[in-house]
Write a protein that binds this ligand. Sequence first.
Ligand code: ATP
Ligand code: MG
Length: 436
Amino acid sequence: MNWSARAGRIAWQRCTARSLNPAIPRRLYSKSSTSSPPSPAPPPSSAPSSQPPALKKREKTPRKVIFSGIQPTGVPHLGNYLGALREWKRLQDEADPATTDLFFCIVDLHALTIPRPGKELKAARDEMLAALLALGIDPGKSTLYFQSDVKEHAELMWILACTSSVGYLSRMTQWKSKLQLADTASLTDPEARASLKLGLFSYPVLQAADILLHRATHVPVGDDQRQHLEFARECVTNFNHAYCTPADPAKGGGGGGGGGGGGPSRAMREAAMVPPEMILPSRGAAKRIMSLTAPDKKMSKSDPAPRSRILLTDDAATIRRKIRGAVTDGLGPASYDPVGRPGVANLVHMVAALDPRGRDPATLMKEEGLEGCQLADLKEFVSDKVSEELTPIRERFESYMSMPWDIKIEIEKSTEVAQKSAARNMRLYKEAMGLC
Ligand code: ATP
Ligand code: MG
């Protein structure tokens, strides 16, 4: 379709969407998201002068690059919000565009590790995009895009897979928890051999590729991802050793990119990966929000029990019903004891993480008169605070979901930025590896 025909279609769609739903946020109709045609195709690598200004500038000054991702495996829940997404928004709002780039990715290739009908994934992608926009991720400030729109994620995964240790991957816990196996399970277990797929097993390699594709320096994630970030750092070491270290003439091997003896070549220096740092949630004790039905498991989008999680899109009555039904204990009035009373502590962690004064859970309980109160009263208090936080997000989500075609247009430019960043970094890696 040519540009003017396409622009006409978009204008018509927007008009229709607005007339159907006056609550649609105005920003979606802003000039920046609608009026300019797509950027021309990226120039060949040998013509740096015609690179987009933002990329050219980045080569001169070392920049802070923040990357994080979320799977479209369902509507995000309170754990995603308190452990990661609220942090994305804070980082976006505090970032200085002169020194910092932010990449937030809906990692739909990761979602394929637990296959389900295409129609469901398509709907989940729309919901995730709407949820991220609703909680304030702004494609004008952050590069927001779908992983499958940037082919280099999968390409870099293969490259990193070639230097990744199966032994290391087999000790990681995610494939075991997704298959509901014990943390002590190994590749030799018959149950694991029967059900484990290569995609799920190598999930951390794709996650490392996501991070390293944009040469991220900082990765905000929940506590459950600590192991994966460690693995990404391991991938950096392996890649740099294989391709960015000059060959030792005495041994006659090692190193790529034509380094030979002596120091590293220009290609090696430019390609060398930098180990990313993890940014943990900055406020409150809610590093990991636990399931409402099993407080020894983290709250998760893919948990088969819908009552185990509070969705960002739940209304006040649903939130109250789920929290009233949360598993606690029969140990009497409320007290804060994360080891002995994990179900109660989980509820307190939620309100502590939402507390505008940033009080620690024990102090908050005392000051709010929750210490020694009935568990039913604690649950009412928690329900009120959670609803207060989530209601505006739910309302915006509903507006965005009424116009799924429009929100995709909102991230078109952002996707191009991600594609250009990926292409530029892959060129560096490939040069060092001798692939170009
Ligand atoms: P899935 O069950 O499909 O793996 P998930 O709920 O674990 O879904 P992810 O998409 O894997 O969500 O993770 C998105 C982000 O949310 C990650 O940064 C992760 O660390 C964070 N996160 C996930 N669950 C929790 C939780 N219960 N508490 C805090 N942070 C969480
Ligand atoms: Mg997960």
